[in-house]
Design a binder for this molecule. Structure first.
Ligand code: SF4
Ligand code: SF4
Length: 363
């Protein structure tokens, strides 16, 4: 089970600087800003977006659309769906990691949890109560905002005190507040794994060149703790393993019952994975990304960040886990036109053109 020697400088192709976390924060801030802000915005004396059920009208960026605009609006919604499929085929589950309401609200709750005194786990009862109170307030405001897309939000808020909301307004505010509160608190990423259909569609939306969060087994295997100061595989004469050997090590680590006890390796033979388990601990789904692709992976990047920190502590280059089209054992797919992106791109353009034509025909 010897390592196939590959020049150490080849590792530079699969190692990179620590990834910044600001893109996800900015995306979350934009999504939250859009969701909470849109009902308050006005365009030409009318709401920017309002589904006025009583008047059977949709206010959309200055247009007051009746039910006869249902078809162009359906085309617009389908164009957005096709655009999401296009982004997924080109860049993987960026939507899940950056913009999905479930992800963004869960991230908001975790930020709130970390800013309430007492840290994440050692809160006093008073600090715990404050955290719950703040989250309940956020959930209630989410419910009010959601209903604000169907009933003018300024009037909705004005009727909160003294309380004068109608029956259906009260029901839906309470329903969405409760759903937000419990979803994030009790279900969080289980919604993505058990309920969301988008993740299950991933195999149909992506191809071999779509990037995904992956563990670079050729660099990381064989995994194991080692004495400090030994250097990464790039810094000593180890290099990358050949793909078959790397896969064999991964299989042995993932299936100890059938593969038997793992052999012990000298520090010089070890790969860059120090087997600290930080990636598994960080994963909100409970996956071990080192075992390979998994349909439940929402590509949130928590394992990448945890591993980058582990690599930094060792003085190793970041990027043992990274977003990449293929594990570093694979041959890069040929640069031929990709059917899925072309299909989804054409579909989104066609549907967008139909929607615009339908809307313009009415004005
Ligand atoms: S932390 Fe888990 S869900 Fe997130 S990218 Fe890593 S394996 Fe996927
Ligand atoms: S965080 Fe990185 S070094 Fe630690 S177990 Fe996971 S892959 Fe290995």
């Amino acid at each position: 089970m010897s390592a196939c020697r590959v020049p150490a400088d080849a590792v530079s192709t699969c190692a990179g600087p620590a990834r910044p976390t600001w893109p996800r924060r900015i995306a979350a801030a934009i999504m939250l800003g859009l969701f909470f802000g849109l009902p308050w915005l006005r365009w030409r004396e009318a709401p920017v977006l309002l589904f006025d059920i009583e008047a059977r009208r949709i206010h959309f960026f200055g247009l007051a659309l009746g039910m006869d605009a249902a078809l162009p609006l359906l085309c617009l919604a389908l164009a957005a769906l096709a655009l999401l499929c296009l982004v997924t085929s080109l860049h993987g589950r960026l939507w899940c990691a950056h913009a999905c309401p479930q992800t963004v609200l869960t991230r908001l709750y975790r930020t709130l949890r970390s800013v309430v005194p007492g840290g994440r786990t050692r809160k006093s009862p008073a600090e715990g109560a404050l955290q719950q109170l703040l989250w309940a307030a956020c959930a209630l405001w989410t419910g009010i905002t959601f209903v604000g897309y169907f009933s003018p939000i300024a009037s909705l808020v004005a009727r909160l005190h003294p309380f004068a909301l109608g029956g259906w307004e009260t029901f839906w505010v309470a329903f969405y507040a409760l759903a937000t509160w419990s979803n994030v608190l009790f279900l969080h990423e289980q919604v993505c794994v058990q309920l969301c259909p988008y993740g299950r569609m991933r195999p149909w939306l992506t191809d071999a060149r779509t990037p995904s969060v992956r563990y670079l087994a050729r660099r990381g295997e064989p995994r194991g703790p080692r004495a400090a100061g030994g250097g990464s595989v790039a810094q000593r004469d180890r290099g990358l393993l050949d793909p078959v050997t790397a896969r064999d090590y991964v299989f042995r680590a993932a299936h100890p019952a059938s593969a038997g006890p793992r052999p012990s390796f000298s520090d010089a033979h070890l790969g860059d994975c120090i087997d600290c388990g930080a990636c598994t601990t960080a994963c909100p789904i409970g996956l071990d990304i080192r075992n390979g692709d998994h349909l439940a992976c929402i590509e949130c990047g928590a394992c990448m960040e945890a591993c980058d920190r582990a690599m930094a502590l060792q003085g190793f280059p970041a990027g043992l886990i990274q977003r990449t089209p293929a594990c570093d054992g694979g041959t890069p797919p040929a640069a031929v036109p990709r059917a899925r992106p072309l299909l989804f791109g054409a579909l989104s353009l066609l549907l967008l053109a139909l929607a615009i034509a339908g809307l313009l025909a009415r004005t």
